[in-house]
Design a protein around this ligand. Structure first.
Ligand code: CMC
Length: 355
């Protein structure tokens, strides 16, 4: 694969997947972006139709998987269930230990297709409801919302969740992708690489920040409370979740797109209060940390994405796992790249001082 999987300019706030700017990619389907990441090129109409049909055909999960999902406690984060179930389903994959390119592609399709079904099934069971089987006629995003709700989403909601998956799909050597790559570098199977990614995404300094942002905004409750809440947190030297980034020293372009999407949703729902609460938080953090202290702490990918989940009635319990629905394509693209290299990643301990 010739093109870089990802390009980030953290000073200018530029993000590209396979040399295509995120502002262009966000208007495509998740299937097309996933294909781009994994295959290295955007699909033509025929390739995309075939790829989407293969994904749609692999969405179902079997009865044994449902039995495991029903054994979970009801009040846990969906990531706990997802992590184990992805590991569990590997035994049903006839290609598990076939590392040919074709078999790895079939495994990728199964993983990308089944992860949303697993999350939705766990959520339905945890909410005391029957799981909703996937609908092959719906897009990746619309089908996920349909499976968690039992009814089809509005056109805008379907578009927004699709964009959420695209914006979450890839981000170079972030912590979870690094984990996946390390696992793939040992030539372990693709399920193992994806489970490593899931485990690492879970932490609150990475994908887990999204759920914490939701909890924080719920606690703040309205725009009038936001400034005082944030100032108090800063007074206690606590970090504000959804802000700051190891690479971006300016606005994260995904954060900017998520902000626009959350405003669109707020306007469509005729309820601006979550959006306005988030905006007061943003203004307070930027004023206190950027303008007064010169620290480059801007909203990251997890801040306004949390706001869109609030408008779509998605609970914090699902937030990190939804990040994984998007990110799995990135983990797979990097694992494939690592398989081609056939070289184990084995840093020395002194390198940790630079992390
Ligand atoms: N709120 C307040 N202060 C912050 C924040 C924040 N969110 N982030 C960084 N700072 C301050 C930090 O206190 C430190 O100040 P000082 O130099 O005075 O000690 C300085 O900025 C540098 O922080 P750092 O933690 O050394 O920076 P890092 O590059 O190691 O960490 C980060 C990056 C994303 C882990 C961090 O900004 C953070 O913990 N943010 C909150 C959690 C979060 O939103 N995580 C999602 C990350 S982006 C998407 C993803 O990976 O999932």
């Amino acid at each position: 694969m010739s093109k870089n999987i990802c390009f980030i300019d953290g000073l200018e706030g530029i993000l590209k997947y396979r040399e295509i700017d995120i502002n262009q990619l966000v208007d495509l389907s998740y299937d097309a972006v996933s294909y781009l990441l994994i295959q290295g090129e955007l699909p033509g109409d025929k390739e995309l139709a075939e790829y989407s049909a293969r994904l749609q055909g692999e969405r179902e999960i079997n009865r044994e998987v449902m039995d495991v999902i029903r054994m979970y406690k009801l009040n846990i984060d969906a990531m706990e269930a997802l992590r184990t179930v992805v590991s569990f389903i590997s035994q049903f994959d006839p290609d598990l230990n076939d590392s040919s390119t074709e078999a790895n592609m079939r495994k990728s399709i199964r993983l990308i297709a089944k992860i949303p079904t697993i999350i939705a099934a766990y959520y339905r069971v945890a909410s005391g409801k029957e799981p909703v089987p996937p609908d092959r006629s719906l897009s990746h995003g619309a089908n996920f919302l349909y499976m968690i709700r039992g009814s089809k989403p509005s056109k805008l909601e379907a578009e927004v969740i699709e964009k959420d998956f695209i914006l979450s799909a890839e981000h170079e050597l972030n912590a979870s992708t690094f984990s996946s790559r390390v696992t793939a570098s040992t030539l372990a199977d693709l399920y193992s690489a994806v489970v490593s990614g899931l485990c690492t995404l879970k932490g609150p300094l990475h994908g887990g920040a999204r759920a914490e942002v939701m909890t924080m905004i719920q606690e703040i409750a309205c725009p009038e409370n936001a400034e005082k809440y944030i100032l108090e947190k800063m007074g206690k030297k606590e970090k504000i979740m959804g802000f700051g980034h190891r690479v971006y020293k300016t606005y994260d372009p995904r954060g900017t797109l998520f902000k626009q999407l959350s405003k669109q949703l707020a306007e469509a729902k005729g309820d601006m209060h979550w959006y306005e609460t988030a905006e007061v938080i943003e203004n307070t953090v930027v004023r206190e940390l950027v303008e007064k202290k010169g620290k480059p702490i801007y909203p990251n990918v997890d801040f306004y994405s949390a706001v869109i989940y609030m408008y779509m009635d998605i609970p914090p319990q699902l937030a990190t796992s939804i990040f994984a629905i998007g990110r799995v394509s990135g983990w797979i693209a990097h694992s494939f790249d690592q398989y081609e290299k056939k070289k184990i990643i084995r840093p020395r301990a002194f390198m940790l001082d630079e992390c």
